[in-house]
Design a protein. Structure first.
Length: 530
């Protein structure tokens, strides 16, 4: 999740101002943190969460073996400590004796083992199952060759969990802070993620207190949480506001303390005044178009390359206005121990790029008289829709393509993206679960639950497998980079731009720290009304 022009090393924070109507010196929160959320979470089941809105709320409701500090470092969570053997493949986690579910029961090592076996089961269909791929036998389980019970995780006691990996992975503790690895209370399996506060049981800093569909989620402090003395804000309200203008209006009116969107047309006025409330920071995320490879019409690599080359990314990011960086590869700049890979034609002059796109389009058998017709699917969002309209116009202008745009409510879209009968091109995105190139590239593996494109290349998968077995970081880096080049040459996706986060934060809200994974857990926030 990042932006090369700004650079994650410095994590430059662009700060801009506040309108006088915001009354920066006053607060009206009444002890409740009111957070804007650009979409309604699709689920509150950690095993099924496939969207950032769900993950944001789940980080408050649950806790993994590890956690993250406000600045993004891995810290102890349910596990008070851990060790790894000399081979780097066996981790032993010591769980806290005082870790509790919200009903007062102990969080046990068996809870993690059972939750992970549930998630890795292909029949369960968990989008986050890829995050468990490092664990011994996980790849075979995901491919349907072994049962979920074969997963290399075992509870030696209530407080000792042993995890065996297929290969060393120094970043494994970072993975365990992600929502996909959270435990769930399986004794109450029917109520997991059901939005029912009466039956709610979780193990994080907060519990669900109210759910108003399409409107709001209310959270309150989990009185059984082991670290509750450090939870400074006792109540959270997530306001579901998918329109950036509505979030902005609510923020100005004092109805939100923090947004996760900012309208581009508000930037000039915001930047003109007190530079303290607007945070624009790079993070590890890529917006892209996925191409439906099960559609025979799109089987031509030349056609897919023409689609990619016809997109003027400079014009696109200028329309977005927040410093996003054009993407000509999938793994974002700034990813640890990795050099981003890009298409060779990235630096072509626009006129030459357009000529090449037209030539490839013709080679694929299409023309003005015989235009390609595409169905483009995306979720309802002002910025995403503006992007879709602009790219459709580019494809029409350069190649003569006829485009049918379909916007769907976010929850509906999350289902439709898996149904390739409904689209030819889908607007997708990937935000890093952990800082490693494999987290992006694994999305395109043949058996990945996130591979909506139906992309299959045995060479690509084999290169990823080879890199996974390498101990030498330099050799592993080169192999991962080679695997991305293989994939890019197949054009299963069209990367568009690398993300930046955009937030408005009231001056009395402290603890919002830019970090590569764009995590802002409520536990690390506090009010300072002085």
């Amino acid at each position: 999740m990042k932006v090369q022009a700004i650079g994650l090393a410095a994590l430059t924070v662009v700060l801009s101002g506040v309108l006088t109507a915001c009354h920066p010196g006053s607060s009206s929160h009444h002890g409740v943190l009111r957070r804007g959320l650009a979409g309604e979470p699709s689920t509150l089941d950690p095993g099924l969460a496939a969207d950032t809105y769900s993950s944001t709320v789940l980080m408050d409701l649950y806790e993994g073996l590890t956690s993250v500090s406000p600045s993004g470092e891995v810290i102890a969570g349910v596990a008070r400590s851990w060790s790894v053997d000399a081979t780097g493949t066996e981790y032993t986690f010591q769980l806290r004796a005082d870790a509790r579910w919200s009903n007062g029961e102990r969080v046990r090592a068996q809870d993690f083992a059972a939750s992970w076996c549930r998630e890795i089961d292909p029949k369960f269909g968990a989008a986050g199952a890829d995050d468990l791929r490092l664990i011994a036998h996980a790849a075979q389980i995901l491919a349907g060759k072994e049962p979920p019970s074969a997963l290399g995780v075992s509870a030696r006691s209530d407080v000792v969990l042993v995890v065996k990996l297929d290969r060393p992975a120094p970043y494994f503790p970072q993975i365990l802070a992600h929502t996909s690895t959270y435990p769930v209370y399986l004794k109450n399996a029917a109520s997991i993620g059901t939005h029912d506060p009466k039956n709610w049981i979780s193990n994080g800093p907060y519990v669900l207190s109210e759910w108003l569909p399409t409107t709001r989620a209310d959270l309150k402090i989990n009185e059984a949480y082991w670290d509750r003395s450090r939870v400074r804000i006792k109540r959270i309200q997530y306001e579901f506001k998918p329109d950036d203008s509505s979030q902005y209006a609510a923020y100005r009116a004092g109805q939100l303390d923090m947004t996760d969107m900012v309208p581009v047309n508000a930037l000039p006025l915001l930047r003109k005044q007190n530079p303290s409330e607007l945070l624009i920071t790079p993070f590890l995320g890529t917006a892209y178009y996925g191409i439906n490879l099960s559609n025979k019409t799109l089987s031509s690599v030349a056609l897919r390359q023409a689609l990619a080359m016809a997109v003027d990314r400079k014009r696109l990011v200028e329309s977005l206005g927040f410093g996003q960086v054009p993407a000509f590869g999938f793994v974002p700049p700034g990813t640890a121990n990795y050099t981003p890979q890009e298409w060779d034609w990235k630096s072509l002059p626009d006129a030459e790029r357009v000529r090449s796109a037209k030539r490839l389009y013709t080679e694929a058998g299409f023309s003005t008289a015989k235009p390609l017709r595409l169905r483009v699917l995306f979720n309802s969002n002002e910025v995403i829709q503006r992007t879709a309209v602009l790219i459709a116009a580019m494809w029409k202008e350069v190649l003569g393509i006829e485009v049918e745009l379909t916007a769907e409510e976010y929850k509906v879209f999350l289902q439709s993206r898996h149904d390739t009968s409904r689209w030819d091109v889908a607007r997708l995105a990937w935000n890093a679960d952990f800082d490693d190139a494999s987290n992006f590239l694994d999305v395109l593996r043949a058996h990945s639950p996130n591979n909506d494109m139906s992309y299959v290349n045995p060479v690509f998968d084999a290169e990823l497998d080879k890199s996974a077995a390498m101990l030498d970081t330099t050799e592993r880096r080169a192999t991962l980079e080679g695997s991305e080049r293989v994939m890019l040459n197949d054009y299963p996706i069209i990367p568009l731009y690398y993300y930046v986060s955009k937030r408005l934060v009231k001056p009395y809200l402290h603890g919002v720290v830019p970090n590569p994974l764009n995590y802002v857990p409520s536990k690390g926030l506090s009010f300072n009304d002085k």
